[in-house]
Design a binder for this molecule. Sequence first.
Ligand SMILES: Cc1cc2nc3c(=O)[nH]c(=O)nc-3n(C[C@H](O)[C@H](O)[C@H](O)COP(=O)(O)OP(=O)(O)OC[C@H]3O[C@@H](n4cnc5c(N)ncnc54)[C@H](O)[C@@H]3O)c2cc1C
Length: 171
Amino acid sequence: MPTAKVSEVNFLSEDIFELVLERDRVEFQPGDCLAISNSDGVSRPYSVSSGSREPHLQFVIRRMPGGAVSEWLAVRAPGDEIEISEPFGWFRPGRSGEPGSPSVLVATGTGIAPFLSVLRSCPDLEPALCLYGVRCLADAVGLDYLRERCPLSSTFALLKWLRTLYFLGFR
Ligand SMILES: Cc1cc2nc3c(=O)[nH]c(=O)nc-3n(C[C@H](O)[C@H](O)[C@H](O)COP(=O)(O)OP(=O)(O)OC[C@H]3O[C@@H](n4cnc5c(N)ncnc54)[C@H](O)[C@@H]3O)c2cc1C
């Protein structure tokens, strides 16, 4: 199994963190995942959120209480080595229709990762619409960047106790 060195673990909210790994020579396409293993060899897939020409590998991860891998990743430190798989995947955001046809990005929570990857990889891509649902505004990742890249975008938070849909912006 290849390994990668941890560069950073940045918490964006109580539960959501960005894991940044040194990239070495890993080649991937936007939409790809890597299986990341904990020290017991338990692995889970995580979607790459960085661009295909960026110097690092980045992931957006939700720490699941009691989760075997996400809890372990949440307490990694710079310099730690972790086992990763080769990139794999079939989801190809921004490329499913006819060439030049408009793209609509729809994601919730950490599911924004492959869309961030395609936007960071393809500077010319201008999605027609981006709809991004989060549990609370603090969980929204890359909001300023998404608004900059998607002329028409909306973030909405479903507050689970109130079961109310709040729209937090549309432009
Ligand atoms: C293609 C793909 C891409 C993905 N990309 C991402 C991504 O970019 N970011 C991301 O955050 N996630 C992503 N995931 C989800 C990720 O792979 C993991 O499923 C997630 O991180 C939870 O794994 P874990 O090992 O931390 O938790 P697990 O150990 O799998 O546990 C999950 C939850 O179940 C509970 N649980 C476990 N065992 C039991 C039991 N016996 N009884 C009751 N409860 C139990 C745990 O306490 C925990 O809350 C992706 C999944 C897929 C399939």
